[in-house]
Design a protein. Structure first.
Length: 296
């Protein structure tokens, strides 16, 4: 029976493994994962029920210097997510260097006077003596409540992390139902799955200039789901590259996405995709709201 709850924000630079950790903690893929920066654009909430505690984890975009309105929005999401929570995880790589992103996040944590835990990810990629140097460096930089080395990809250290985080749980009612693992609507998750495949299939700057809108989502009497999605890109030349020769690239993206969508929905899915050009949509307040990038 749930008797306590803890709201925990996961913060860090791009590609440090925040979404991988979120997925590993809840045991489901609810946040997309690639090796490209700015994969996560929005705040993602995930729920884990562990013994008497309900953990509510908030995954955030990787902190970076913004260059567009979308970038400004992502930084605002991070700043708001490190306030009014029970604790903040600062996730870093096992590198003995504190970069500008980590320094800024530590400043925000300190300014909000929020309890914090340092999580050093990817420990399977370094030797123990190298890890000790990273721990020592961060201990000098800030007084974290705890430091937890782990490998989100391999699932190592997760039990130790939840044990540490349980100390921040507050007595109170269960905030979310037992069967709820995220507050994201199905349409949003499906759109993100499609965008993940774009990131995986395309190169360089093209994926960062794309957004996905689900224009149709309906279920037939036999349980089959029909999905229509529009991929928006900022340049006409990029539209041609996303479609590919004789539509080959778009078919590949769609097929990869359909497999994951069917796994997520637990039923057969028919997916149709189109590509349209919306120039400079990342600097359009109207289009950002239309694509779901809004703080309201």
């Amino acid at each position: 029976m749930i008797k306590k709850n803890a709201m925990i924000t996961i913060s860090g630079r791009p590609n440090v493994g925040k979404s991988t950790l979120l997925n590993a903690l809840v045991g489901e893929k609810i946040a997309i994962v690639t090796n490209k920066p700015q994969t996560t654009r929005n705040r993602i909430l995930a729920v884990l029920n562990e013994d008497e505690t309900q953990f509510i984890f908030i995954d955030t975009p990787g902190y970076h210097a913004p260059r567009t309105r979308l970038g400004d929005y992502m930084v605002k999401v991070i700043r708001e997510s490190v306030a009014d929570v029970d604790a903040v995880i600062l996730m870093v790589e096992p590198i003995p260097n504190i970069g500008a992103q980590e320094s800024r996040l530590i400043e925000w944590i300190q300014a909000n006077e929020v309890p914090s835990v340092l999580v050093i990810n990817k420990i399977d990629t370094v030797k123990k003596e190298d890890l000790l140097a990273v721990i020592a460096l961060y201990q000098e930089a800030y007084k974290f409540d705890a430091i937890v080395p782990l490998s989100a990809k391999k699932g190592e250290g997760l039990a130790e992390l939840t044990k540490v985080l349980d100390q921040y749980a507050q007595d109170g009612p269960q905030l979310f139902p037992d069967d709820m693992i995220t507050d994201q609507p199905e349409r949003q998750i499906i759109a993100e799955i499609i965008r993940e495949k774009l990131l995986l299939c395309m190169q360089k700057e093209i994926p960062h200039g794309t957004a996905v809108e689900i224009t149709k989502f309906s279920e037939r009497e036999n349980g089959i789901i029909d999905v229509e999605a529009t991929i928006y890109t900022e340049k006409a030349s990029h539209k041609g590259m996303i479609i590919g020769k004789q539509g080959q690239m778009l078919r590949q993206i769609g097929e990869m996405a359909r497999i994951d969508i069917e796994r997520f929905m637990g039923t057969k899915v028919y997916l149709e995709t189109w590509v349209k050009v919306k120039e400079r949509w990342r600097d359009s307040a109207f289009l950002l709201r239309n694509f779901g990038y809004t703080n309201e």
